[in-house]
Design a protein around this ligand. Structure first.
Ligand code: ADE
Length: 228
């Protein structure tokens, strides 16, 4: 099933290079992913195309006004109660591979990228169905989180990855980090490749990879192992 992703942003140009390279570009050219970039400013009713204003109650930063976002949402579907509307904010639930997998099965998602401070709370209350954070740090806007989200979804869509880089061996599949990888040359700066990988014995290779993945996860991310 293919997916349509609508992105509401004040900076559509940020997305162009990213979407025209690598896996997101393949997902689009195969017709598995359709990206609609929507400039929130196009829905401003201000003669200077301004979309932000001072916060009620005072304080630093500007807030994106509700009307241009609501108008942009209406424009997308000619209705405002769309199924999935995601807003990126450090206040959201933390993004992980399971969330990405769930969203990859949707037929249409709309992403809202804030900038400056936040967007008006009333958009969040009325329209947003999910709020997602990509980590406990603050970015200047939701554009990078949206690109991360799109990239992670695009590589799960049907036929986008070739067998050789199948998503099944990724970190975070089976709640484990991935195992170490090696390629030629066999010897590099006095370091050689583990013998098992050149043994040709696939049972032993799989056992070794699994063992290494568990070791690495125990050492670096015991928290995800506990969830298993
Ligand atoms: N916007 C600003 N910082 C963010 C973060 N950490 N995650 C998602 N959206 C954000």
């Amino acid at each position: 099933m293919s997916i349509i992703i609508n992105v509401l942003t004040l900076f559509p140009a940020i997305f162009y290079n990213f979407l025209s390279e690598s896996i997101p570009a393949i997902a689009q050219s195969k017709g598995e992913m359709q990206l609609n970039l929507i400039d929130i400013r196009d829905f401003s009713n201000d003669k200077n195309r301004q979309v932000d204003d001072y916060p009620y109650g005072g304080g630093p930063g500007m807030v994106i006004k509700p009307e241009p976002i609501a108008e942009a949402l209406k424009f997308i579907n000619n209705k405002t109660q769309q199924d999935q509307i995601v807003y990126f904010t450090p206040q959201g639930r933390l993004l992980n591979q399971n969330i990405i997998k769930e969203y990859s099965h949707n037929s249409e998602i709309t992403l809202i990228c804030g900038h400056y401070k936040e967007i008006d709370q009333r958009i969040r209350d009325r329209y947003v169905t999910d709020e997602i954070s990509i980590g406990d740090y603050v970015l200047s806007g939701g554009e990078l989180p949206a690109m991360i989200f799109i990239d992670a979804i695009s590589r799960l869509l049907d036929g986008v990855l070739s067998d050789s880089d199948s998503a099944k061996t990724d970190s975070h599949e089976n709640s484990l980090l991935g195992c170490p990888h090696y390629t030629r040359p066999y010897e590099f700066e006095n370091m050689t490749v583990p013998e098992v990988l050149i043994s040709g014995n696939h049972k032993n290779i799989n056992e070794w990879r699994n063992k290494k993945a568990i070791e690495l996860t125990k050492k670096i991310r015991p928290d995800i192992l506990e969830k298993k």
